[in-house]
Design a protein. Structure first.
Length: 65
């Protein structure tokens, strides 16, 4: 059940990448990375989100900077 929810969440992020204006996409990556790094006790797999955004069409070089 939880894997289905994760897949649905990743699908929604990919949909957002395709519909969001380009200048909001990198802001979203920054915010997701920031929130993911704030959590020390409960790890958040934000690297999966960044990987999904790279696959969905964002420039992978700019994502890593």
């Amino acid at each position: 059940m939880e894997l289905d929810q994760l897949a649905k969440w990743i699908w929604q992020i990919e949909e957002w990448v395709r519909t969001a204006p380009p200048h909001y996409q990198f802001l979203g990556v920054f915010l997701i990375s920031f929130v993911g790094s704030l959590s020390i006790i409960f790890p958040i797999p934000y690297t999966l989100v960044i990987l999904t955004l790279g696959i969905a069409g964002l420039n992978p070089i700019l994502l890593t900077v």
